[in-house]
Design a protein around this ligand. Structure first.
Ligand SMILES: *Cc1c(COP(=O)(O)O)cnc(C)c1O
Length: 492
């Protein structure tokens, strides 16, 4: 990597009069009087003046400053940063898909509709649900859609009192946020010291004002919620519905189905469990599934089987008289079609047996890392975990080295940091999710670096406290960056 470009912006390379193009002097320039005067610039634009090699090198060097799952280990707990197989990209970029127009009549896009239909059906099978919509764009969007379905269900029965959503204290921040956006009130339920939801604390909260209980299983500390059948009975007995936050579906793939556990509504994050890229917070997909009896509330359009020119085919179904209770649109077009194609490619290339291996391998990898580090890092929940687990910082607190310091020191060693200070159950949370796609060598390298950081914390704590030392930008002021972002170099 070319260090001299670290942290520079293109304007700093600018030299007056330097150009990166040569246009013919005669013949192709507009005469100024041909351009309406109100469109003419009054002063030269403030653009960087740079030669072509400088521009090419600048952007190429900048691009290599990025960290991604294609460049290194990314144990970001809760986010399931598994490898994104390149076959997915190839399938999604087939011209037969990329050259379609959303306004094409459905008899000309039968193949695309079939792919969409297949994914709807496969997710229903995987989740144990009656039907899935692929419309929502993200997990959080799926939660919102799912809660809107739940609201619509209660309202359709004239049950208007149900305005509360119960969320465990370990829940991802999107759960209470989605409930609030859906116009529902959030009530928190406590967890037990073993990390699972406290059923006794849940019982008194359940009454006829509760619309839904949201659960994540395995939960955000990576622990399997073994009381789900009891919780499902309690929730249903009070007339509420049970929502499954499927962001942690990965360890359950092909092994256990939320529908069989008693969940009524669920979402899946295709950019987690189904290996589609996270894209810098960008394109994801959060399909939502419902159990039998709730299908009519799902948003539209969806793809249905029908006769096309007298043969078996597929069509788009919109909110119609037949689907009058549908939420209608929650996204433009069909959702993130190119992401859905990637997820379908992933499912088809792994097949049933492959899918069934993902969870146990992810679980094995997480437990391997946990057991290899537990002598040096505090382990507040000492149980077999699923796909991820949480340390509460270094075991030896006397050094003053924090979770933030450990995370920053990992960057110096070429690893992405785990999730830090989440979940909020512990002061120094360090949440590690290796995923199933990492080799033992990579895990061992990570374990080695984590052990080395623990040693440094004892012997040279200032090195860890001042980390990162080797990244292009050292330690940005996160608060100032959020409160007062400077998004342009200077005014154009
Ligand atoms: C990632 C995650 C979400 C939110 O999903 P997005 O796709 O990021 O909106 C919700 N719940 C849990 C447990 C998660 O890990």
């Amino acid at each position: 990597m070319n260090r001299k470009y670290y942290g520079k912006v293109i304007f700093e390379l600018s030299r007056p009069g330097r150009v990166g193009y040569s246009l013919p002097k005669n013949g192709c320039e507009y005469k100024l009087d041909e351009i309406p005067s109100d469109l003419l610039r009054v002063k030269k634009p403030n653009l960087p003046e740079v030669d072509e090699p400088s521009v090419v090198r600048h952007y190429n060097n900048m691009s290599t400053n990025n960290f991604g799952v294609d460049t290194g280990f990314y144990p970001l707990g809760s986010c399931t940063m598994k490898y994104n197989p390149k076959i997915n990209e190839e399938m999604a970029s087939l011209p037969a898909f990329t050259s379609l127009h959303p306004f094409q009549s459905s008899d000309t896009v039968q193949g695309a509709l079939e792919a969409y239909y297949k994914l709807q059906s496969m997710l229903s099978e995987i989740g144990g649900m009656a039907e899935f919509t692929l419309n929502p764009y993200a997990g959080a969007h799926g939660e919102l859609t799912g809660l809107m379905v739940i609201r619509a269900y209660h309202e359709s029965r004239g049950d208007m009192k149900r305005t509360k959503v119960i969320v465990p204290d370990s829940a991802h921040g999107t759960n209470p946020a989605s409930a609030a956006v859906a116009g529902l009130k959030v009530v928190e339920v406590k967890s037990l010291p073993d990390g699972t939801v406290d059923v006794e604390a849940l019982k008194p909260l359940l009454d006829d004002t509760v619309a839904a209980v949201m659960m994540t299983n395995p939960n955000t500390v990576g622990i399997f919620e073994h009381n789900i059948p009891t919780i499902a009975t309690l929730v249903h007995d009070c007339g509420a519905l049970l929502y499954y936050d499927g962001a942690n579906l990965n360890p359950m793939l092909g092994v256990a189905r939320p529908g069989d556990m008693g969940f009524d509504v669920m979402h899946i994050n295709l950019h987690k469990t189904f290996s589609t890229p996270h894209g810098g917070g960008g394109p994801g997909a959060g399909p939502v599934g419902v159990r039998a009896g709730l299908e009519e509330f799902l948003p539209n359009p969806r793809v249905v089987k029908c006769k096309v020119n007298e043969e078996d085919g597929f069509a788009l179904e919109y909110k119609t008289e037949k689907r009058a209770k549908s939420l209608g649109r929650v996204s433009s077009w069909l959702g993130n079609f190119a992401v859905e194609l990637r997820a379908l490619a992933y499912i088809l290339s792994l097949g049933c047996d492959g899918l069934r291996m993902a969870g146990p391998l992810a679980t094995l990898n997480a437990n391997y890392v946990k057991e290899s580090l537990r002598d040096l890092y505090a382990l507040p929940i000492d149980r077999v975990c699923k796909h991820e687990f949480v340390f509460d910082g270094l075991a030896d607190k006397s050094t003053g080295v924090t979770t933030l310091n450990v995370a920053k020191r990992l960057l110096d060693n070429g690893f992405h940091a785990p999730t830090i200070y989440f979940p909020l159950l512990f002061h120094e949370s360090l949440m590690i999710e290796p995923t199933e796609t990492e080799s033992k060598e990579t895990l061992d390298e990570f374990i080695g670096v984590m052990r080395e950081i623990a040693r440094e914390a004892k012997e040279t704590p200032d090195v860890v406290k001042n980390a990162p030392l080797l990244t292009p930008i050292r330690k940005p002021d996160d608060t100032a960056a959020a409160l007062n972002p400077v998004v342009t170099f200077f005014e154009l």
